[in-house]
Design a protein around this ligand. Sequence first.
Ligand SMILES: [Zn+2]
Length: 358
Amino acid sequence: MAQHFSRSKAFRDFTSDDIKRMTERSAWEFFCNARWGSFTHVGCPTCNQVDKHYFIPSRKQWRCKYCGRVFSVTSDTPFTNCRLSFLKIMELIYEYAHAPKGLSANEACSKVGITYRTAWQNLHKVREAIFHAQNRVKLSGYVQIDGCHVCGKPRRGRKRVKMSSEIINNHLKNRKANIVPNRYPTEKWNVEKLKNRRIVLVLRQIGEKPGDGGVRSITCILKAESPSEVIQAVKRYVAPGTVIHTDDGKAFSSLNSLGYKHKTVRHSAQYSTDDGVNNNQAEAFFSRLRRAEYGTYHGMRPQYLAFYAAEFGWRDDMRKETMKTKLISILSCVLRSDISFAFRRYGQGHRLCFEYLG
Ligand SMILES: [Zn+2]
C-alpha cells in the first residue's frame, strides 16, 4: 500500500523546531512574504500602490509614498489591531494547520500560551478568512455530492424506551426525509434544539487520474435537504454537462433533467456499484467533519457552521501539500482578506446576527 503523503519526509518541511528557532523579526518577515511576496516592496492597503514605501523600523510600519497612510503588515486584515506578537500568531496558525481534525480553542490556549478567549476569537477569524477565500468557480468534469446533518443534536429522554424493530426500521427509512426525527422526546427545549439542525452540502470535484481523489471542494449550508434547496446549490456551483454521482436521496432525483449526467449508488445495498459509481469522497469529508464535531469542537453553532465547513473543505483540498505550503496558504487567506465582519468587536458584544446559507 502506498504511503500517505502526510507520513512522508517531503511533508515535514516545516516543523515545531522551525517555529522555536524563529525570532519576532523572522516571523514578521514570514508575514510580509505571505502578504506581498516581499518585505521591502509592499502594497498600501488604501491606494494599492506597491512600492518601496518609507519604512519606520521601530514600529515595523510604513508610510505610503502616495497617500501618506501609515500601515503595517496586518492593517485592514482580520488581525488588524491584534496585540499578539507575530511569533504567537505564527504558533497559533502552525498548530491549527497541523491538526488533522481541527484545533479547539481550549487546546490552543495551553499550547500557545494565550487566553481561551483570544484563541477562540483568532481561530474563528482564520476560519472566516478561509470561508471567504474559498474558490467558488463552478465545478466540472466529475463531481460527487452529498449532504450531512450537523448541529442541533437533540437529547434523549430521561427514561429509556425500548425500541421495537418497527420503530427502528421506520426511523432508518425516514432519516433523510425527516429533519426532526420522531424518536426523540418532543419537550419544548428539545424542539428548540432541533431548530438548530442544518445540512452541510459538500460538492467535490474528483481528479482525472485514478487515485487523485477530491481535488476541489465547495461547501454550503442548507436549512433542509429538500429538492428545491439542493438543486439551487447544484445549479450555482456545478457547470452543466458535469457527471454527478450521489446517493439515492430524493433531493437529487431530478438532476438528469437539468442537463447533468447523474448517476446514483443505493447505499442500502452497496457503497460502490460494479461500474464504479460512488460518492465515497463526499462521505470521507463528512467522516472528518463528524469527528471534528464530536471529538474536537464538541458542537458547532449554526451561525458559524459555514466557517467550520469551509475549514474542512480547505483541509481536504490541501491534504497533499507540505506543511510550509499549508502555513503560507492560511496566512495568505488571512492577510488578503478584509477586517473580520463576524468577530471584530466581539469582546464589545458585537455578534453575527445572520447565517451564511446556500
Ligand atoms: Zn497609499
